[in-house]
Design a binder for this molecule. Structure first.
Ligand SMILES: Nc1ncnc2c1ncn2[C@@H]1O[C@H](COP(=O)(O)OP(=O)(O)OP(=O)(O)O)[C@@H](O)[C@H]1O
Ligand SMILES: [Mg+2]
Length: 213
């Protein structure tokens, strides 16, 4: 069992979108449970729209006891993905305490870079009791050939957290596919969104396999 949390205290950075897409990609390699830890229950709403057969289970667990609950709940799964809430620090701490990898989505804007400090500080605090936890920034909604696109990698390098080589671009397919409880991997399997999510899943798999080898 590998546990991955998508966290950022800032709202609207892509935690839910990326959780659902990563869950769909990883479900092709093993059994996946998506834990919706957000009281807004967006991942559960997404799942309720779905008419197609589900490729992974989704449960709501917006409680700061996640780290204890996952130990029993998670046993039958290869991958657990936690879609974190914005703002709630207690839930973020509990998710980190359960995680092998924390993914911090950030958009290429100065506001996102400044706000990233909050979650980085929480990760640092939690590392004291969970030193093995890995963390990575994931640039989301990049619009190529803009000044902001060029600046984001430099700006993030100020933090002591690495970034994924995979960068997720701003693509309408991410939002469009969600209307029917689907993902871009299913609506446009040979599209560019699908390709970047598969690249992300590959990076995540090799990162966790290498660490736990
Ligand atoms: N790569 C992308 N391309 C285009 N739209 C995107 C992308 N990522 C996210 N979005 C859109 O941005 C909005 C916010 O995304 P999402 O709900 O996933 O963020 P969140 O971090 O989970 O928000 P919250 O903090 O409220 O839980 C949504 O409308 C989503 O469709
Ligand atoms: Mg969300």
């Amino acid at each position: 069992m590998r546990v991955i949390a998508l966290l950022n205290q800032k709202g609207g950075v892509g935690k839910t979108t990326l959780s659902i897409h990563l869950a769909t990609a990883l479900a092709r390699t093993g059994k996946v449970l998506l834990i919706d830890a957000d009281p807004q229950h967006s991942a559960l709403d997404w799942s309720a729209q779905r008419e197609a057969a589900s490729t992974f289970n989704v449960i709501g667990l917006p409680k700061p006891t996640l780290h204890r609950d996952i130990a029993t709940l998670g046993a039958p799964y290869d991958w657990i993905i936690i879609d974190g809430p914005p703002r709630v620090n207690e839930l973020a701490r509990s998710a980190i305490a359960a995680s092998d990898l924390v993914i911090v989505p950030v958009q290429p804007s100065p506001y996102d870079v400044w706000a990233a400090k909050d979650i980085v500080d929480i990760i640092r605090e939690c590392e004291i009791s969970r030193p093995q936890v890995l963390s990575r920034f994931l640039v989301n909604r990049l619009v190529p050939n803009t000044t902001l696109a060029g600046e984001i990698t430099d700006a993030l390098s100020e933090f002591d957290v690495k970034s994924f080589a995979t960068i997720v671009r701003n693509r309408t397919e991410y939002a469009k596919s969600a209307r029917m409880g689907l993902t871009a991997l299913e609506t446009e399997p040979s599209g560019q969104a699908a390709a970047e999510i598969q690249a992300l899943a590959k990076e995540v798999s090799s990162l966790l396999e290498k660490t736990h080898a």
